[in-house]
Design a binder for this molecule. Structure first.
Ligand code: GLU
Length: 443
């Protein structure tokens, strides 16, 4: 069964890049009728926070991305220990004693000589006696995974196509710190094996990790999953801006962005498919295909998201909107106001034109006389606005703006707004007449 995972580290809120990865993994699984797991990568006890774990769950729920299971790395430390022992027996991990400063110095020297900064395996060259001396000095080692330099690394990437790495051009990765804590690399591989992950879809910043992890899978006797690396998300200007890196669900929610808008946009951003205001997830799933993913960075444009959002709000059925509408607003109210808003939050402002109180607008004497006449003429029917304006047009000879604007100003206190034909029935006859009279007698 297709099984994917989204593996955030709970060291902060999800940002738009993570959200996209989560969504794509969910889509990959759901399209295949498979399972999508949430894996909390919380081996960094110091930086991981429970509030972020909660926020990740809340954000996924808001987006309608429901995991079929949740795992936590902090609950699986014994599994990593066991894998580590096995790799040690197989001579695939080794202790290293260099300090961070020593490593940095080595890097600088290599770069200075125009060489790639690959770890020189200094620790592997230590004799037993040298190693014993380090231990006697009380230096606790960190641990590296020993890449097999004879095993060429290649995979068929779901986005990038045939991908190859020469292991000699990679550093043996540090997998465990001197204090015994784990770095990302090994636990992730152990988890992917234990959880039966069949497809790993993540950002292209992980490509070289994949090369290393493929050797880890093999070293642990497992078949590597299929890998795909999507191009990174960048801002409109072409850079991964700080702002974009911090844009999370709460920021979108506060701006009135619908989760469906974010999903519709992120589902297709960076693919050859058009970004459209599609709220039906089945449609999005049907068209989702890694072969449509491009290699160029995907450009995230706020204005595009806002356009998608507006289109989704304009097409939103009352049933979907109703729990978030102002008290007492019925379907006719939603229908009247819907074309004038870009977010649901804006509805309340327009609805106040119906419930009042409305603003007062200063009018010329001529218009005030006109409104007195309107208050007298006003009769109620299914379509009071059109009977009122038709009658007034004949009676006064007014037309266009002169006919309509004073009425709108008197009835809503504004110069523009929702369609009066829809609004007037909602205001009601008595209130409408009162507003016309009040405006006629203002000043
Ligand atoms: N916790 C890792 C990250 O957020 C997971 C990467 C992966 O998908 O393997 O980068």
């Amino acid at each position: 069964m297709t099984t994917t995972r989204f593996a955030p580290s709970p060291t902060g809120r999800l940002h738009v890049g993570n959200i996209r990865t989560a969504l794509h993994n969910w889509m990959l699984a759901k399209k295949a009728g498979g399972r999508f797991l949430l894996r909390i990568d919380d081996t960094d006890a110091e930086r991981s926070k429970e509030e972020y774990v909660e926020a990740i769950r809340t954000d996924l729920a808001w987006l309608g991305i429901e995991p079929d299971g949740e795992e936590r790395q902090s609950a699986r430390l014994d599994r990593y220990e066991a894998a580590f022992e096995k790799l040690k027996e197989a001579d695939r991990v080794y202790p290293a004693y260099e300090t961070a400063q020593e490593l940095e110095l080595k890097r600088k020297v290599q770069l200075g000589r125009g060489l790639p900064p690959i770890y020189d395996r200094g620790a592997l060259k230590l004799s037993e006696a040298e190693r014993a001396a380090k231990e006697a000095e009380g230096i606790a080692p960190h641990w590296r995974f020993k890449l097999d330099h004879d095993e060429a690394i290649a995979w068929e990437d779901g986005v990038r196509g045939t991908s190859k790495f020469d292991p000699k051009l990679l550093s043996d990765p540090v997998i465990r710190r001197a204090d015994g804590s784990w770095l990302y690399m090994l636990p992730s591989t152990v988890d992917d094996i234990d959880m039966g992950i069949t497809q790993v879809l993540r950002g292209e910043d992980h490509v070289s990790n994949t090369a290393v992890q493929i050797q880890m899978f093999t070293a642990m006797g497992a078949e590597p999953p299929a890998f795909a690396h999507e191009a990174l998300l960048v801002g409109k200007e072409g850079k991964l801006s700080k702002r974009l890196g911090s844009l999370g669900c709460d920021a979108f929610r506060e701006k009135g962005i619908e989760p469906d808008a974010l999903v519709a946009m992120l589902a297709r951003l960076g693919t050859s498919l058009p970004v459209e205001p599609i709220t039906d997830r089945t449609t999005l799933l049907d068209t989702f295909d890694l072969s449509t993913f491009g290699r160029a960075p995907a450009k995230f444009d706020d204005a595009e998201l806002e356009r998608i959002n507006t289109a989704i709000v304009h097409a939103m059925p009352f049933e979907v909107a109703k729990d978030r509408l102002p008290n007492g607003m019925d379907e006719a109210g939603w229908h009247a106001v819907q074309p004038n808003v870009t977010t649901i939050d804006e509805v309340a402002d327009w609805w106040r034109l119906v419930t009042g109180p409305i603003d007062r607008i200063e009018l010329e004497a001529e218009d005030r006389a006109y409104l007195t006449q309107a208050a007298e003429i006003l009769t109620w029917s299914d379509d009071p606005w059109h009977s009122l304006t038709d009658t007034l047009k004949d009676a006064t000879g007014r037309k266009g703006k002169a006919l309509f604007l004073p009425l709108r100003q008197a009835l809503t206190g504004m110069n523009h707004g929702p369609d009066m034909g829809e609004l007037l029935p909602l205001i009601g006859e008595a209130e409408a007449r009162a507003r016309l009279q009040r405006a006629a007698h203002s000043n």
